[in-house]
Design a binder for this molecule. Sequence first.
Ligand SMILES: CC(C)(COP(=O)(O)OP(=O)(O)OC[C@H]1O[C@@H](n2cnc3c(N)ncnc32)[C@H](O)[C@@H]1OP(=O)(O)O)[C@@H](O)C(=O)NCCC(=O)NCCS
Length: 164
Amino acid sequence: MVTIRTATDTDRDAIWKIFCEVGAPGDTYAFDPKISREDALAYWFRADTRTYVAEKDREIVGTYVLRPNQPGGGAHVANAAFMVAVHARGKGVGRAMGEHSLSEASCFGFRAMQFNFVVSTNESALRLWKQLKFKIVGTLPGAFRHPTKEYVDVYVMFRSLMDD
Ligand SMILES: CC(C)(COP(=O)(O)OP(=O)(O)OC[C@H]1O[C@@H](n2cnc3c(N)ncnc32)[C@H](O)[C@@H]1OP(=O)(O)O)[C@@H](O)C(=O)NCCC(=O)NCCS
């Protein structure tokens, strides 16, 4: 059973731990591999951002953020980013957070959700987002330097929130 709730300051250590685990292989997000704890958490708890954690058996096993994809005229489209602890993957945490984010985004009045940077080799993410009705609306050729596969494509993925 996964519980998803708004993150608090006391969750920062657990979030940083997951951030490090996700960042270390360097194959999913274009973060500076040497990003400091301070900078990572400042990004994850940015002023325009809602930050959530997923708990299972009282352990924080995932985290996600929800924010406007753009300011001003682009602020009706949400953006989100997700991270699941390595040992907790493949057990439904990512899907629970994805579904939660769509529901939260609808509640907050966003009209759509967009992912700007889905690395084309990230099979688990791609499969999950497609299952959650996201479509690939653009391909950025060679936009990600993968640690072992060199320059790989990146997808922009989008789904409306107006159909539900
Ligand atoms: C992508 C990520 C969030 C998925 O979280 P998860 O908890 O492992 O996913 P779930 O267990 O909820 O699985 C949901 C779906 O994801 C896909 N999936 C999960 N693990 C997979 C794997 N190893 N291979 C292929 N698809 C996989 C499947 O479609 C799965 O649904 P199914 O089991 O019904 O087929 C997680 O792997 C992660 O944090 N990865 C590193 C960071 C990242 O890539 N974030 C997303 C960037 S766009």
